[in-house]
Design a protein around this ligand. Structure first.
Ligand code: FRU
Length: 529
């Protein structure tokens, strides 16, 4: 079966740390066949995973000449976090991925932490060659020696460029382009082109706020303003921001959206991503008044999860950002499908972590103010093989290669529940569903297999409030070998959770009680299962 289209060879750099400024891999060739990958317990079928070793945040997401680029935080020598490189893969559809050699290596300035990439269409940086625009990456350097010496200024920003569609990179000789201003957590640069002001904009996270910068050449940056100390959830450090304009669906109104990852302090524990909606005047981000009311932190308080508006209520969607220059003005998102609470100890052997499914963001006006919808991208329909109707509750189709369910329910005034239950031959169970009385979705992995690797993994059921008040409830679900993703009401409430059953789940059941009635149900096998 054709899963991810791997290059037959994966190149692993053997360069020692801090020794290279150019990505000139000494290639020791490690063959990773698709068959090997498939036989590995818990290796997903249709989620992006690194060919081997450690992966965390998606980085440098940019679309160029027919390719979606996905770079990612990667440590090629171990399955736990370490000296950070940027791994690299490309895709024509965000579904099938081709792995490429590592793009960026640590150098004398430090590890290569999270950041972004853009196409410098006007060659404002001067890095272009032969009339072709360069791809420019902006990332955070993390200087381990500085950290270990107890200094505060060990994170600063650097850039690198590529003239061959991201295949090879040159670090800018003038790095760092933004030195550390005395802030310990000062990282995760996301660059965008501000078409209105004709300038580059950059946002980075600085402990309990974000800072905005502007530039005309991606090399020289001027601080504009900061945002966030009195808004949103603040149970941990702010990381991996993204900032972009969106037109409100069905209107001409433009708003700006700030995505912001937080660790810990998520709604169900550990890492999670919140967002903010407002206006940007070229210098300052001001929240929409209704939004500000929902997320304002009362004087003297810290900002708890109820002051956050969450992109996903599951435990396993973190550090996600959007692609630069996606075609047709689409705003396309992907996150890291794990949580710092346990990411380094999950029971996978040769690799660690997957990315979430790609999602398409849209901004809608609701009774509660502006909200994001984040349904899965339509390209995922190419995975569908057989389609089976689900006429009623009871046993429903489930495919070990992957299952997609599209369910529609009518809700009455009476209390009731809808539960999708997965089971394996060992009696391990995963449940995901909706409770009408509490108006909450839930995901229960407390009996879904391995959990003794971390007491934080399966200690609680995860809940997500339903945002929509539509009497028709839509639940769109994807199940891979080691994950469930729920997109409810068109992506208005989402849950992404991973699990590790001791034998793959092999059957599913739809359990309905009380005032939740099935109106329509479809199951798709993915990958021809
Ligand atoms: C988020 C994060 C980023 C940092 C990177 C390091 O998961 O902590 O803030 O740049 O991971 O790998």
């Amino acid at each position: 079966m054709q899963l991810f289209r791997l290059l037959s060879l994966v190149f692993v750099c053997q360069l020692s740390l801090f020794s290279c400024t150019e990505s000139t891999p000494e290639e020791s060739e490690v063959a990773v066949s698709e068959a090997t990958m498939k036989s590995e317990p818990h290796r997903p079928n249709f989620h992006f995973t690194p060919p081997g070793k450690w992966m965390n945040d998606p980085n440098g997401m940019v679309y160029y000449e027919g390719e979606y680029h996905l770079f990612y935080q990667h440590y090629p020598d171990s399955t736990v976090w370490g000296p950070m490189h940027w791994g690299h893969a490309v895709s024509k559809d965000m579904v099938n991925w081709e792995h490429l050699p590592i793009a960026l290596y640590p150098d004398s300035l430090g590890y290569i932490f999270s950041g972004s990439a853009v196409i410098d269409w006007n060659n404002s940086s001067g890095f272009g060659k032969e009339g072709r625009p360069p791809m420019v990456a902006m990332f955070t350097y993390h200087n381990m020696e500085g950290e270990q010496a107890g200094r505060e200024d060990y994170q600063y920003q650097g850039i690198a460029y590529s003239n061959d569609k991201g295949r090879t990179w040159t670090k800018y000789s003038g790095n760092p382009v933004i030195p550390n201003p005395g802030i310990k957590d000062f990282r995760d640069t996301k660059v965008i082109w501000d078409a209105t002001r004709e300038q580059w904009l950059m946002v980075l996270a600085a402990w309990d706020k974000v800072i905005f910068y502007a530039s005309t050449d991606i090399k020289n940056w001027t601080k504009l303003s900061d945002f966030g100390q009195h808004y949103g959830a603040h149970g941990g450090v702010w990381e991996c921001p993204d900032f972009f304009p969106m037109t409100v669906k069905g209107t001409d109104t433009q708003k700006w959206v700030l995505l912001l990852s937080l660790n810990p302090g998520g709604p169900n524990g550990g890492s999670a991503t919140q967002y903010f909606v407002g206006d940007f005047d070229g210098k300052t981000f001001t929240l929409d008044p209704a939004f500000a009311e929902d997320v304002a932190v009362p004087e003297g308080e810290q900002g708890n999860p109820s002051q956050g508006i969450w992109l996903d209520y599951g435990r396993d969607n973190y550090a996600g950002v959007t692609w630069s220059d996606a075609p047709d003005n689409r705003r396309l998102f992907m996150g890291w499908m794990s949580n710092w609470n346990y990411a380094q100890v999950v029971p996978t052997a040769s690799w660690r972590s997957a990315m979430t499914l790609p999602r398409e963001l849209s901004l809608v006006g609701t009774e509660s103010g502006y909200r994001l919808l984040t349904p899965p991208v339509k390209e995922l329909e190419s995975l569908r093989s057989t389609r089976v109707e689900i006429p009623a509750a009871g046993s429903i189709p489930f495919y070990e290669t992957g299952t997609e369910l599209v369910l529609e329910f009518a809700l009455s005034a009476e209390n009731g529940t809808a539960v999708i239950e997965l089971r394996n031959t060992l009696g391990e169970v995963y449940q995901i569903g909706f409770n009408l009385e509490s108006n909450q979705f839930f995901s229960d992995r407390t009996h879904a297999g391995k959990s003794d690797f971390s007491e934080l993994f399966a200690s609680n059921i995860h809940y997500a409030p339903r945002a929509s008040s539509n009497p028709k409830l839509k639940m769109h679900l994807y199940f891979d070998v080691a994950s469930a993703e729920l997109f409810a009401d068109g992506g208005s409430t989402n849950i992404t959770d991973i699990f590790f059953p001791n034998a793959d789940f092999s059957e599913a059941k739809l359990i309905l009680e009380g005032g939740v009635k099935l109106v329509k149900g479809e199951a798709f096998s993915l990958f021809g299962g």
